[in-house]
Ligand binder design. Structure first.
Ligand code: GDP
Ligand code: IMO
Ligand code: MG
Length: 432
């Protein structure tokens, strides 16, 4: 029996969705704990691809309960569209499979409008957000002005809260950002309809999950984004607005830390980043383009080309520490198939000084240059491997090198997008 957290160990898009889909087999409940539909988690089963933005990546497994915890921010329109899409494909036959916590904060039309307008007006200081209203919704949550699902499903409360909020939001939109104001009536009409459609999914995530844990069932916590996008531990201000690290799994679900057994960080065999912000191992050359094409590095949410670069052990050690990671899942190994040699950044050089730790000062990070070790590539197609033994010795030594420089054992290796293109080294749900 084990409760396991999955976290992104880089800047997002590490392949969390795929790993969660695989681990769902061993879990009873799969729960999202932060973020919103800024996430795009891709699952490939056979030839069918499914991209999920809000609903946990366990949903393709019949009979596994999927929970959206209180730490998530939810766009009701996207949530309902996602349900419809899944049902059309024959999933989610039983509505009881999906539960959303009543305390989830909702993304309102003004949050999206403010997010987009702020980015537009920020020039070269923009963050490169997904434009989904994530930041403004979390601002209102922390500012104690947020509107939650429990408010949405009570028409009187909802109308009162929208009435209270709208003058300030319209002031910001019109006077500060030069945008059109939003109509109270239109918001109420639209959102009251969503309320009627989603009320049947509401529940108490903390009660459900703790009962499950008490019954000695396994809970799988699904992180979104990545550790370096964490609002506290990431490359602030080029981050998202939630606690993406493992600690967020507790506050975002109402499950205490003593019930967490394993924290598995997901990392690509190289690095990508979408949006702005420092990225020491970024490759703005042919190799960077090769990684983008071979790895099909285009955003699952916005379609933006992802920035690409070599594996960064300094950044990864930061993620190992801030998450208390117990294991590492390395994805997209197959993307490196054709390379003669592969580089790993083991330290940074800053004005002649060797840095082993990820700098807290963004100005130092921006100026840090990667110090590389170069190792031989395997020049073999490994995408059919299902055991470590089937990998060429050079590929195994790349994995060994990653364990050595990160100080974290590799528990899973992914060699293709499909569910079956996976090497499970150690199952985190099995103790010992
Ligand atoms: P997430 O946000 O962490 O769930 O990751 P995304 O789904 O946004 O991006 C990962 C992308 O890589 C998706 O298109 C996956 O289908 C794909 N993918 C995952 N693992 C592998 C792998 O091992 N090899 C290859 N080639 N693609 C993979
Ligand atoms: P998954 O779960 C990659 C990035 C955005 C931007 C910054 C802030 O699929 O790994 P936001 O809209 O959250 O305010 O944007 O964070 N970002 C992601 N990058 N994967 C994600 O999610 C991301 N979610 C947000 O590109 O730089
Ligand atoms: Mg993604």
């Amino acid at each position: 029996m084990a409760n396991v957290i999955i976290v992104g160990a880089q800047w997002g898009d590490e392949g969390k969705g795929k790993v969660v889909d695989i681990y769902t087999e061993y879990a009873n409940d799969v729960v999202r704990y932060q973020g919103g539909n800024n996430a795009g988690h891709t699952l490939v089963v056979g030839n069918e691809k499914t991209i999920l933005h809000l609903i946990p990546s366990g949903i393709l497994h019949e009979g596994k309960r999927c929970v959206i915890g209180n730490g998530v921010v939810l766009d009701p329109k996207v949530f309902l569209q996602e349900i419809e899409g899944l049902k059309k494909k024959g999933y989610l036959k039983d509505d009881a499979q999906l539960v959303v916590d009543r305390n989830v904060h909702i993304i309102m039309p003004y949050h999206k409008a403010i997010d987009i307008a702020r980015e537009k007006n920020s020039g070269d200081r923009k963050i490169g957000t997904t434009g989904r209203g994530i930041g403004p919704t979390y601002e209102d949550k922390i500012g104690r002005r947020g509107i939650r699902l429990i408010d949405l499903v009570n028409p009187q409360t909802f109308a009162r809260k929208v009435k209270e909020q709208l003058p300030e939001k319209n002031f910001i939109l019109e006077k500060l950002l030069g945008e059109a104001p939003l109509s109270e009536e239109a918001i109420l009409d639209e959102y009251n309809e969503y309320a009627r459609a989603l009320v049947k999914y509401l529940g108490n995530a903390s009660v459900i999950l703790n009962k499950s844990i008490e019954a000695r069932h396994n809970v799988l916590f699904e992180g979104a984004q990545g550790s370096l996008l964490d609002v506290d531990h990431g490359t602030y201000p080029y981050v998202t607005s939630s606690s993406t690290v493992a600690g967020g799994a507790c506050t975002g679900t109402g499950v205490g830390p003593r019930f967490i057994d394993e924290v598995i960080g997901i990392s690509k065999a190289y690095v990508t980043r979408v949006g702005e912000g420092p990225f020491p191992t970024e490759l703005n050359d042919e190799m960077g383009e090769h990684l983008r094409q071979a790895g099909q590095e285009f955003g699952s949410t916005t379609g933006r080309p992802r920035r690409t670069g070599w594996f960064d052990a300094v950044a990864l050690r930061e993620a190992v520490r801030t998450n208390g990671m117990t294991g590492l899942a390395i994805t997209k190994m197959d993307v490196l198939n054709d390379l003669d040699t592969i580089k790993i950044c083991t330290a940074y050089s800053y004005r002649g000084e060797l840095l082993e730790e990820f700098p807290q000062d963004l100005e130092i990070l921006k100026e840090s240059k990667p110090v590389y070790e170069e190792i031989d590539g395997w020049k073999t197609n490994i995408s059919g491997a299902t055991t470590l033994g089937e990998l060429p010795a050079t590929a195994r030594s790349y994995l060994q090198k990653l364990e050595e420089v990160t100080g974290c054992p590799v528990v899973l290796v992914s060699v293709g997008a499909r569910r079956d293109q996976t090497i499970q080294v150690k199952n985190p749900f099995e103790k010992g």
